[in-house]
Design a protein around this ligand. Structure first.
Ligand code: RUB
Length: 307
């Protein structure tokens, strides 16, 4: 359980962050927990797995990759403890392998849509979006990137560091400069924390402003998302919860203490309606947002009674 608590804490404090990385970390820790779980009966085994699953899912509420990873990894059908253990270990390993392969496939598929000379704007720090950008660059395309700072946690610094490592010409801008620079952009590529059944995107706060500005300027808006970022529960109309993080991330508490009439809000994500999204690059190919339901139904092993 100690290992589970450590991973949960790393996810909560964002030492492990980005929807894909969070999902992989959860699958890894469930696998290791199942491997060492001492259970005298299948009921005890089930209780242990359920407890750990719920605990991990509670760490960050928005990234649907987390509950999807937990559900896909912790599935078993046997009523024998040793066989159930093997099933969980195997399912978790399959999920980890799927996540690794997905990033490579998204990079390859998405890079096909990047043109030589493109200026790409990106937001926050998405491994899936970066996979497309870096693959296009490695394919020999002469591209450059405009990356947003992504307040308050400034994940944009991680993005520019990575792009710099590849030698990709990159410009860092503050979030409020997005519309000012949209005229110079050919396409926007962002990642996803969740995609709803109606094709709406949930991603880092500010993503919807990029989409709006891109729409206004008739620039292409591309989302890079593994199939495990699609949200099954949205088929039933269950909304995706937007994580509200500590106000300390925005303003120093000592400053706020002197401002009794001021409140601070710090939502970590926002919704981008499907009409602002041109395409979603997934590990099974490029889809229009309207196809989100099909992905959930056919590629997530979605079962009505599980929800
Ligand atoms: C990260 C974020 C990323 C998505 C996709 O938010 O919004 O765009 O998670 O990332 P945070 P990836 O920093 O709050 O986790 O493509 O790496 O899964």
């Amino acid at each position: 359980m100690k290992e589970v608590q450590e991973t949960a804490e790393k996810i909560r404090t964002m030492e492990i962050r980005g929807a894909g990385r969070i999902a992989k970390a959860a699958a890894e820790v469930i696998r290791d927990y199942a491997a060492g779980l001492e259970a005298a009966s299948i009921e005890e085994f089930a209780a242990g797995i359920t407890e750990v699953s719920n605990y991990l899912i509670s760490t960050r509420p928005t990234a649907v990759s987390l509950p999807n990873a937990v559900k896909l990894s912790s599935r078993y059908s046997s009523d024998n403890v040793e066989n159930a253990r093997k099933e969980v270990i195997n399912n978790a390993n399959l999920f980890i392998e799927r996540a690794d392969k997905a990033l490579g496939r998204i990079g390859k598929i998405g890079a096909g849509r990047v043109q030589d000379g493109d200026v790409i704007m990106t937001h926050c720090n998405s491994h899936a979006a970066l996979s497309i950008i870096t693959t296009a660059f490695e394919d020999g395309k002469n591209i450059s990137v405009i990356a947003t700072e992504s307040r308050p946690r400034r994940q944009g610094l991680l993005t520019v560091r990575r792009l710099n490592g590849f030698g990709i010409p990159t410009t860092l801008i503050v979030d409020s400069a997005v519309r000012y620079y949209m005229k110079d952009v050919d396409k926007v590529i962002v990642g996803a924390d969740a995609i709803a059944a109606n094709g709406a995107l949930v991603n880092k706060i500010g993503t919807s402003q990029l989409a709006l500005a891109a729409h206004e300027a008739r620039k292409s808006f591309m989302v890079a998302a593994e199939t495990f970022k699609f949200s099954p529960s949205t088929i039933l109309g269950i909304p995706i919860e937007i994580e509200e993080r500590s106000t300390d991330e925005v303003v120093d508490p000592s400053v706020l203490a002197e401002l009794p009439h001021v409140q601070v809000k710090n939502p970590a994500f926002d919704f981008t309606p499907s009409e602002y999204i041109d395409m979603i690059v997934t590990d099974i190919g490029i889809i229009p947002p309207a196809m989100a339901y099909i992905v959930i139904k056919e590629h997530l092993g979605w079962e009505f009674e599980e929800i």
